[in-house]
Design a binder for this molecule. Sequence first.
Ligand code: URA
Length: 209
Amino acid sequence: MLPGMNLTVIDHPLTRHYLSILRDETTPPEAFRAATKGLTYTLVLEATKRLPLAQHEIRTPLEPTVGYRIGEVVAIAVLRAGLGMLDAVLETIPHVRVGFAGVQRDEETATPQEYYAKLPDLSRATVLVLEPMLATGGSLAWAVSKAKESGATDITALCVVTAPEGVRRMYEEHPDVHIVAAAHDRELDDRYYIVPGLGDMGDRLFGTW
Ligand code: URA
């Protein structure tokens, strides 16, 4: 696999529509949260395209037929911005279990500082890591390492916007992890923000500026 082949950028009109609302600097937090939710539905559909299915027999009112059931799924929300994506995952995958990975980036060095981790056993689960802004890749690489320590072998990252630096780092450290994103942007600026990007995702979701 080459860098970039670990990344799928969704080319769907709804994804682009919601992403444009998120990029617009005039969007207030309530509309930002709604657009994050709408966009995340489209990421979930793509990311779960190859979920394993178990077959079982069911009866329609007319006759027996084959039914299908998805297996175990765990979502890991990378705090705090990953929380903005969680509702859409809870609504589309009703029996999903949820882990949390708390990581804060040091604004000077952009290195991840861990402050919380609570993950279920992941050895039999398909794992979806919710990390909206893949900038340097430090937080996602750390969250994926935590997931692997808890037994995860089947991991997909759901991102809103990615930068080349983050995708490259994920390819180098975790080439087995597939990234599904709404956009792949140009670069990072000197404060490690993605440009054009959408600003600070956590601040824009929760109105903290
Ligand atoms: N985190 C954000 O919220 N925005 C960026 O552009 C990069 C990291």
